[in-house]
Design a protein. Structure first.
Length: 230
């Protein structure tokens, strides 16, 4: 099986056996992989190269995956970050999403599942570079999805990729009650309790951006979901 897009992947994993399996599978799929055995090396390599997606183990020598993710997010809000970890506690997952992760896969996992996740995120980011511009305009509100820019009132904000994905879904469904599971499936790709907590954090951020606009708001529909009012 081969990917139609030869992506450059950064893999930060200190378990040599697992790293070998992942590299072998990704390269067989058609991807180019750069492997680092600790977080310090991963940051140095990331600063000198261009990658399409980053796969980060959480527990690594020198610097952990959270620190590496923070460095990546300081440079780019677009590059997908997928955490690989043995940590399964809720607080670990929440910390991962708050640090900037797009998804979280726990060990042991299926290599096929990892390949599918990588493929999904690469296809999403490819859409950002397409020639089709996706822009939503309402009074005192202009959102350019491709450029991750939101003009709200007299202010302009640069959003993260996940904030943009979420706002795009709201803009595509104005004045419609959206169920929590519906939002999660369309924006995150699955309905998961931990992702739901992350979604609430992102919605809080979006509300801060649009707060000055009197004609637009994100209303909470108790026990159901949200409604983008405009």
């Amino acid at each position: 099986m081969q990917s139609t897009y030869k992506a450059n992947i950064l893999l930060a994993e200190d378990d040599k056996s697992l790293a070998f399996m992942i590299i072998d599978a990704l390269e067989d799929y058609g991807f180019s992989v750069t492997h680092c055995e600790n977080g310090k090396e991963a940051i140095e390599v990331f600063d000198k190269n261009i990658f399409d997606i980053c796969l980060l183990d959480v527990m690594m020598p020198e610097k952990d995956g959270f620190m590496v993710a923070k460095r990546i997010r300081a440079i780019s809000d677009v590059i997908p970050i997928l955490f690989i970890s043995t940590k399964v506690l809720e607080e670990d997952r929440i910390k991962g999403y708050q640090t900037g992760a797009d998804d979280y896969i726990t060990k042991p996992f299926s290599i096929q599942e990892l390949l599918m996740k990588v493929d999904v995120f690469l296809r999403r980011t490819q859409k950002l570079t397409s020639d089709v511009s996706v822009v939503f305009s309402f009074p005192n509100f202009k959102f350019n999805y491709n450029e991750l820019k939101l003009a709200a009132g007299n202010e302009e904000f640069v959003l993260t990729q996940k904030e943009s994905d979420l706002l795009k879904f709201f803009c595509e469904h104005p004045n419609v009650i959206l169920k929590r599971e519906e939002i999660l499936l369309n924006v995150w790709g699955k309905d998961d309790f931990f992702l739901g907590r992350s979604m609430d954090v992102y919605i809080t951020k979006l509300r801060k951006f649009i707060k000055p606009i009197t004609n637009i708001s994100i209303e909470t529909i108790h026990t159901v979901g949200y409604k983008f009012i405009c």
